[in-house]
Design a protein around this ligand. Sequence first.
Ligand code: PHE
Length: 469
Amino acid sequence: MDMHEHEILVLNALASLSKGSPHVPAFKLANISECSGLSLDSVRKAAGLLADRAYVKAHEQLRAYHTAPTEEGARFLKQGFPEERIVKKLEAKGGRLAMSELDDEEKRVGLGWAKKNGWVELAGGELAIKGRPALASYEQHKFLERIAANNSVSAGELESAKLLISRNLISEPKPEKSHSLSMTKEGLDALASGLRPSYNLTAPTSRTYPAKLHPVQRTADRIRQIFFELGFEEMRGPAVESAFWNFDALFQPQDHPARELADTFYIEGEEPLPKGEVVERVKKAHQATWKYKWDEAFARKRVLRTHTTAVSARYLDKSMHEKREAAKYFCIGRVYRNEVVDFKHLAEFYQIEGIVLWEKTTFADLLGLLCEFYHKLGFEKIRFRPSYFPYTEPSLEVEVYFEKKKAWLELGGAGIFRPEVCLPLWGKYPVLAWGLSLERPIMLANDVEDIRSFYKNDLAWLRDFKLKQ
Ligand code: PHE
């Protein structure tokens, strides 16, 4: 039986109030409220529910009628009724009085009553006292006093109260009922069988906002996990980078358009070049193939990295120093581009970078790895299209089929690092490489149309955002 907790408290209160009593007494709601610790209002509500179940009987009794002296009534109590005041004046003046000695209220109200009560009469144009008026026992005055003391009249007094009401000395009496409850046999049985409250688990509550990670951060963590599962190591590199690692080491000629101010943020000052022969080898690769004079000063320029491929370049060099025959690295990091910001473009965003170093690896491994990665991320239909990057050959673009738009959308670039990149840095060839967008797949999977939504710090948006994949 589904019962509200309050119903059970009321039943228990009734049981303990009537303990030891042979019959079934009724108890006032106020008593039950006190005994149960519930507010009068809660007792009232629970009583309604219990009465519907026939566990209690509700009793209603007319207690009395509420009334109180009006302002005028209160004044009469203080100053005396006007008819009483007339008699007092007469007594003070030896029993006779000129009419002009009465005040307004005495004339208008008091005179009529004084005559009606048989206290005064008119004699020769004057007012004269008649007999010995018993003011001390004036019925109307005494009744009003009693009412003022109790603020109520009984049913039997209603009739006599009419007079005071018509004189506007008391307010209209209102019935006052008292409510009480008694336990029924059904109620006793129910209690004896043991009751347990039922809780409404679907009742609405206020929303709570526990701490949660930003969707981009959550996805980054998931991707990190995917690469760990695939046996990759995480690589890290600085966001403030030298042009050497960002461009030169990746075989981008020094007059390449991507290096221009229009695309790249340059920062004042220079970055040191790496020690050892790597700089010399990179220089040679540039000069042998591109046929221009490679300038160290250009390589020292300080930039905000435009891609995380700069980190890959550093790790190729690191792998040479560590004499690694094979390695798999990934990196999730922020990159910066001098772009006009719109719903598709930001000046800073994230890339998912990766490299596989192994002389026996093949182009098929690259395609297989990318497929595997996107499948693990929840994207089934992947395709590759030929593309171009200065540092890879062959180069490709990864696209995902997006059902909702019935279109193929670009997710990032990949390829095999050219020998001109691999040999000066790592000394071996080939190296599989990719650089993918992090925000793009989140947008596709979650219907985010505007990439700026992620970084607006709109608390309401962030609170409501539920990652789908
Ligand atoms: N760096 C490229 C970009 O930013 C992506 C890429 C990385 C392409 C590695 C090929 C190999 O778009």
